[in-house]
Design a protein around this ligand. Structure first.
Ligand code: ATP
Ligand code: MG
Length: 440
């Protein structure tokens, strides 16, 4: 992508409305724009990051055996009347009428709709277990939307729903998502700790929130500090192994970790003082097992091996991609801007032409740009005629992991400078060596 033809509206000044660093940096880097309270457009740079986050979430959901589909944002009120949640949900639900005066709603979550899909076609235990997920916009009319996309009214959610014949089966399905979540957040460059949680309006009896520790987090959390160094399940985790996944779950729930709603002061005080961590956190995922809470009122049942009909045991599993993007920034930035983990960076590398219009600089940059693009890298080429200082500031602000800087003096020697955004380390090398770093 040539910056001269891209759309990346950088702000020079710090936006006054932004109270936390991620919100400030997302606005300054031209990643998002608020359209009305708590409702955002994702501008091209932001969209790239969001897409990369979603791609990782999707890979890990698929690896754990979940199957992707897509459900609509608008739902009929009838479904929610069946479960009893139409009246119970309260003011967070945006209720709308269509031209025939039929009550509709903008989905805040999808338990009812997915249960309807399930009951319409699954009739036998032989088709279980089943886990269906989508990545879709949700709307919750939050009383206090704030911090940009961290707590917005319209937001994106990956929500998965599992169906099993028995409670034991459902616990295995829960453990699959538990392990998939550990892997997902790790790949996003985050340390998320699963904490016992309240089940809220989703309901149910087994629930964990995945929390990232951050001073700007809205939740108060308490946990054993060893969680910070626990091992993440590997790529070759066998998601069909009941014992294997139970062992992962048992290990990750063996020490104290709870949000304030579930906090047990006495149990926490039993943790040796030097190992207690009481901090603030950001909830980036939440998983629930709720048994037959929806399958019973909505009549979602299958025939079991005993020939009888059984209401299915369900769970639901949410991750907030539009919250994760600012959460990653909260965890990874410095005074100059964002520092993206390579896995979600909007571009792999930025090529900075320090003297656009100078033949040697132009030729060198074009050569590098073409070679890296051909190698399948996402390259941003700053070919604008801005001052070098402005270009450096922009590259640092948008947080691309590697900068290749081509200035007249180095280029005359057949060299460029390669800068690591995170460490700030700069290295002069031949043009070929700079290319090979990415191609190799
Ligand atoms: P919170 O406690 O932060 O209000 P919640 O518990 O109501 O969230 P869940 O129903 O558990 O949210 O939703 C699953 C995930 O969706 C959350 O873990 C979070 O990552 C994301 N999410 C929920 N509400 C919002 C929001 N208003 N803005 C952005 N992301 C959200
Ligand atoms: Mg929650």
């Amino acid at each position: 992508m040539r910056l001269s033809r891209y759309f990346m509206p950088i702000l020079k000044e710090n936006p006054k409305e932004a109270e936390i660093v991620s919100h400030r940096l997302m606005l300054r880097a031209g990643m998002i724009r608020q359209q009305s309270q708590g409702i955002y457009s994702w501008l091209p740079l932001g969209k790239r990051v969001l897409d990369k986050v979603n791609a990782i979430i999707r890979e890990e959901q698929n690896r754990a055996g979940a199957i992707e589909l897509s459900m609509p944002t608008l739902q009929s009120a009838e479904l929610w009347q069946e479960s009893g949640r139409y009246d119970a949900y309260g003011k967070e639900m945006l209720r709308i009428k269509d031209r025939q005066d039929r009550p509709m709603l903008y989905g805040p979550t999808n338990e009812e709709m997915v249960t309807d899909i399930f009951r319409s076609s699954v009739k036998s235990y032989k088709d279980l277990p089943l886990n269906l997920y989508h990545i879709q916009l949700k709307f919750r009319d939050e009383i206090r939307p704030r911090f940009g996309t961290m707590r917005s009214r319209e937001f994106m959610m990956k929500d998965a729903y599992s169906f099993d014949l028995t409670r034991e089966g459902a616990e295995h399905s829960y453990n699959k998502m538990f392990a998939a979540y550990l892997r997902t957040f790790d790949r996003l460059g985050l340390r998320a700790i699963p904490m016992r949680a309240d089940t809220g309006p989703i309901g149910g009896n087994l629930s964990h929130e995945f929390i990232i520790l951050a001073d700007t987090g809205e939740s108060e959390v308490f946990c054993h500090k060893d969680f910070v160094d626990f091992d993440i399940p590997g790529e070759n985790t066998d998601f069909d192994s009941v014992e294997g996944l139970q062992a992962i779950f048992d290990k990750w729930t063996s020490l104290y970790a709870a949000t304030s709603e579930m906090h047990d002061e006495a149990a926490f005080n039993a943790v040796p003082e030097g190992e207690r961590l009481s901090a603030r956190g950001i909830e980036v995922g939440h998983i629930f097992y709720f048994g037959t809470k929806y399958s019973e009122p909505m009549g979602a049942k299958v025939q079991g091996p005993d020939g009888k009909e059984h209401f299915v045991h369900m769970g639901s599993y949410g991750i907030g991609p539009t919250r994760l993007v600012p959460a990653i920034i909260e965890a990874s930035h410095d005074d100059n801007g964002i520092i993206w983990p390579a896995s979600v960076a909007p571009f792999d590398v930025v090529v900075i032409n320090m003297k656009a219009g100078d033949q040697a600089c132009d030729d060198t940059c074009e050569l590098i740009y073409a070679a890296l693009t051909k190698a399948g890298k996402d390259v941003l080429y700053d070919d604008t005629d801005d001052r070098a200082g402005t270009k450096f500031a922009t590259a640092d602000l948008i947080g691309v992991p590697v900068q290749i800087i081509a200035g007249p003096r180095a280029v005359a020697n057949g060299e460029v400078e390669v800068k690591d955004r995170k460490t700030g380390a700069r290295e002069t090398m031949t043009i070929e060596a700079a290319i090979n770093r990415f191609v190799a």
